[in-house]
Design a protein around this ligand. Structure first.
Ligand code: SAM
Ligand code: SF4
Length: 439
């Protein structure tokens, strides 16, 4: 039967979104087309996250809702994939809780989804969680063609074992894709209309550390910058401990390389940074920022911060707040520490009570909101380069796009400029967006 509908629901980071895109693409070979309507869906895929308990609770709620959907429509197939399923011992627990699910799949076999879907289409229920990644299967992953913006994996996994983080346990050890594969994938995307790529890795700064002869992330960026008709290149995430001068210089020189660094600090206290196993101090971090600003005065910086890590005192927290006023982030993703079983921090003493974590998070967010507003207000009167992405959702008469620093801009313009770079003069700074006019 053709014309079947698949609804894909994603939780978590850009890697999770990228995996979900692969899953949706695979379903096309089985005659599915993407849809947002659960009631008429033939297949529902939920790609999961387990980085914090709050994400897991939301996903468990969604799996519960899907049980009711299956009662109304017993023909609908349900697939649950990704990080939550890959956690050691999770599959059995989840299967018991949700017998209505047809496909369970971990992170390492995402690209092998067609084999599972085939069996389910023949009436089976399947559960497969590989303990190790498979290099041949991994390279099969290609970003979806025909879109203006695409994310491309440059590496998988993580070797850093920050003491709070579950990622190394569910995504495996670090492994870099070969430069030729990445460059070829980007060229294919560009030929199909893509103009902006975001290169993805848990720590792109350690890309290629296993390569001989030496070839690092700066070398890759340098080559990506030369791809014809590509307009912009972004990358995430940069671990501060591995941010080299060479990388900063490469970004400074490459005309397509956006001057935006997502540089998670996690905490402003050296005591907490050490307990987190982040392997840098606040002084080192500040020196890295100084170097970025020296070579690229207009660079924007964003960050991730965790409050309420075990043992975090009021003084430690004050140091994090002080960091916000020193670093002047354009944006910060702020989280309450969440205990993840199997990680080192989950066994640490002095876990912080929820009410204290909530209070600290509120305070941190209000300091950052002010910083973000000031960052945007400083842009009023300036002319900035924007990639026109499409009609604004809130005001379809106008267009939206992003600055090189990743700020959202709403501006006037015709649909025919979508996909090109335009110069926009910023007139207003709202809470989350900039408003401007094409020059
Ligand atoms: N590899 C990236 C990095 O090092 O920044 C991103 C990894 S993680 C998906 C994104 C963010 O989630 C982290 O930077 C951290 O701030 C946050 N995070 C990870 N584990 C957490 C935990 N147990 N509790 C609260 N936040 C957590
Ligand atoms: Fe998690 Fe740290 Fe690896 Fe980022 S670098 S994925 S926070 S362990």
């Amino acid at each position: 039967m053709d014309n079947k509908k698949v609804v894909t629901i994603v939780y978590g980071c850009q890697m999770s979104e990228r995996d979900a895109e692969t899953l949706t693409q695979i379903t096309r070979d089985f005659g599915y087309s993407p849809s947002d309507d659960l009631e008429s869906a033939d297949l529902v895929i939920v790609n999961t996250c387990c980085v914090r308990e709050s994400a897991e609770n939301k996903i468990l709620g969604k799996i519960g809702e899907l049980k009711k959907l299956k009662e109304r429509n017993p023909k609908v197939k349900i697939a649950i994939s990704g990080c939550m399923v890959q956690q050691p011992g999770a599959l059995e627990r989840l299967q018991k809780r949700a017998p209505h699910v047809d496909i369970w799949e971990g992170t390492h076999n995402i690209n092998d989804f067609s084999a599972l879907l085939q069996r389910v289409e023949q009436g089976e229920k399947v559960a497969e969680v590989w303990q190790e990644p498979n290099a041949t299967i991994e390279v099969a992953s290609l970003a979806e063609k025909g879109k203006l913006q695409a994310s491309v994996n440059v590496m998988y996994g993580c070797d850093n074992f920050c003491s709070y983080c579950i990622v190394p346990y569910v995504r495996g050890r670090e492994r870099s894709r070969k430069p030729q594969e990445i460059l070829q994938e980007i060229e294919l995307l560009v030929n199909s209309g893509c103009r902006e790529v975001t290169l993805l890795g848990q720590n792109v700064n350690s890309y290629g550390k296993e390569f001989s002869p030496a070839y690092d992330f700066a070398d890759l960026l340098h080559q990506v910058n030369q791809i014809a008709f590509l307009l912009r290149v972004r990358f995430i995430t940069s671990h501060p401990k591995d941010l080299s001068d060479k990388l900063i210089e490469t970004v400074a020189e490459g005309d397509k390389l956006c001057e935006h660094f997502h540089l998670p600090i996690q905490s402003g206290s050296n005591f907490i940074l050490e307990r987190m196993n982040r392997k840098y101090t606040r002084e080192y971090y500040l020196r890295r920022i100084e170097q970025i600003r020296k070579l690229i005065p207009d660079a924007s910086l964003s960050t991730d911060i965790i409050v309420g890590f075990p043992g975090e005192s009021e003084e430690d927290f004050e140091q994090t707040l002080a960091m916000m006023n020193q670093a002047h982030y354009s944006q910060a993703f702020t989280f309450m520490y969440s205990k993840r079983s199997g990680t080192l921090a989950s066994k640490m003493e002095n876990q912080i009570p929820l009410d204290v974590k909530k209070r600290r998070l509120q305070k941190l967010m209000s300091v950052q909101n002010q910083e973000s507003l000031e960052y945007r207000q400083n842009m009023i009167g300036k002319t900035v380069e924007v990639l026109a992405e499409g009609p604004s959702k809130t005001n379809p008469e106008r267009l939206t796009g992003r600055t090189r620093g990743n700020e959202l801009v709403v501006f006037n313009g015709n649909l025919d400029i979508i996909g090109s770079l335009v110069n926009v003069r910023i007139n207003e700074a709202g809470s989350w967006t900039l408003i401007g006019e094409i020059e």
